[in-house]
Design a protein around this ligand. Structure first.
Ligand SMILES: Cc1cc2nc3c(=O)[nH]c(=O)nc-3n(C[C@H](O)[C@H](O)[C@H](O)COP(=O)(O)OP(=O)(O)OC[C@H]3O[C@@H](n4cnc5c(N)ncnc54)[C@H](O)[C@@H]3O)c2cc1C
Length: 365
């Protein structure tokens, strides 16, 4: 693990940190970064060797995620560079050798970029209510509809898209890998500036029936199964952002002098740092207790909400303790403050996590 952390730290320091501010302004990361990350085995690390991965574990994956942020990268950078983490798992689980050859291997090699397209302009939380349609004609599906808020959508070569192949509700949803789509709009955001986000449309898009992922009508179940790893990854990212902001703030409070002495000599500052440390450590302990084991949906939802609340508290305190410097664009705590806001929205909102927890608690439908 020490070696893996060292590898990630060196990659982040050399290949990411010097360019991150430029990528934030450009609104995307370059394709070369995908190739460079693939070349040292980071993109495919936690995927089976049989699909072109490195055969690593979920613990390796969480370690990479955490170390990227602790070394000066960002959750936006992770969203952009590791979008395949949400786009590929369904394809891999389907075991379809043709789909794996066409989409999984080249993506893990850094040659193609994939995205996951579930959310629609009419709604994201209610996945079973999605409207994009795919009608089968012989060996082809004709797809029509729109998707929005799609991470890496502007750069993507393909999207793993949720479409309606049947009637209303869960059982009418399927997953299709689609290469024929139009980027209708690049979306400007509060944070995650280096991660492009797009609105997409499908207009009579002809998609080979061979691009169906798993069986027709199983899309909703596949999405829910793989949401678990996305949610846990977001929880790991939220804890790492909190830890990074704590580290940066401790260093700042040692250096910054007001009224003749460093900030750390003021009890109110020391207590705030103590609260930041307590909140971060307790959240991280719970989140990491789930890494590498089969966590239940309730546990995963609790981990995400706990990590998001900890992160929100810590990034806010970090900006406050930095004073004016914390409000300046390109200061690292300012970026984390903006980036943190998506954590309680993406991958299932805080309210939807609470619904999952409540259902588990009360056994209601
Ligand atoms: C930067 C960014 C990147 C994203 N990346 C992707 C991506 O790559 N792929 C993708 O498919 N989607 C992506 N999303 C979409 C994201 O998953 C959705 O925004 C999220 O699921 C919420 O859906 P919504 O925005 O439609 O909000 P809505 O579903 O309209 O919800 C609005 C509010 O109502 C609350 N709410 C909804 N239903 C209930 C309920 N039953 N009870 C109580 N409260 C409720 C929600 O919690 C929320 O606060 C991304 C979003 C952003 C902002």
């Amino acid at each position: 693990m020490k070696e893996l952390r060292g590898l990630v730290r060196s990659f982040t320091t050399k290949e990411i940190v010097p360019h991150l501010a430029d990528w934030e302004r450009a609104g995307e990361v370059p394709r070369d970064l995908h190739r460079a990350a693939a070349a040292i085995g980071l993109l495919g690390l936690a995927y089976p060797e049989a699909v072109g991965g490195g055969g690593g574990t979920p613990l390796d994956s969480a370690t990479v995620t955490e170390e990227l942020i602790l070394s000066g990268a960002s959750s936006g950078l992770i969203a952009a560079l590791f979008t395949h983490g949400i786009a590929l798992p369904h394809i891999i689980a389907s075991g379809d050798p043709d789909l794996i050859d066409r989409f999984v291997r080249p993506t893990l090699a850094g040659e193609r970029i994939g995205a996951l397209a579930i959310t629609e302009p009419d709604g994201g939380s209610d996945v079973a209510g999605l409207r994009a349609t795919a009608v089968r004609h012989g060996d082809t599906y004709l797809v029509n509809g729109a998707k929005t808020y799609i991470t890496s959508g502007a750069r993507a070569d393909f999207v793993t898209a949720a479409v309606r192949t049947g009637g209303p509700g869960h059982d009418g949803v399927s997953l299709l890998v689609i290469e024929d789509f139009t980027v209708t709009r690049r979306l400007e955001k509060m944070g995650w500036h280096c991660s492009d986000t797009a609105e997409l449309s499908f207009v009579d898009a002809e998609v080979p029936a061979a691009n169906l992922v798993g069986a027709e009508g199983t899309g909703f179940r596949q999405i829910m199964r793989h949401f678990a790893s996305e949610r846990l990854s977001m929880a790991v990212q939220a804890c790492a952002m909190a830890q990074r902001c704590l580290d940066l703030t401790i260093a700042w409070c040692r250096d910054r002098t007001t009224f003749g002495s460093p900030l750390v000599t003021k009890q109110v500052v020391r207590h705030r740092l103590a609260e930041m440390a307590r909140t971060t450590t307790v959240a991280r302990t719970y989140v990491w207790s789930l890494v590498g084991r089969e966590a239940s949906p309730v546990e995963t939802a609790m981990a995400k909400n706990t990590a998001v609340a900890a992160c929100d508290f810590v990034v806010d305190a970090a900006v406050q303790l930095h004073g004016g410097a914390g409000y300046l664009r390109d200061s690292e705590v300012e970026r984390h403050y903006r980036d943190a806001r998506i954590m309680g929205i993406g991958g299932g909102t805080t309210e939807i996590m609470n619904e999952i927890i409540a259902k588990g608690l009360l056994d209601v439908r």
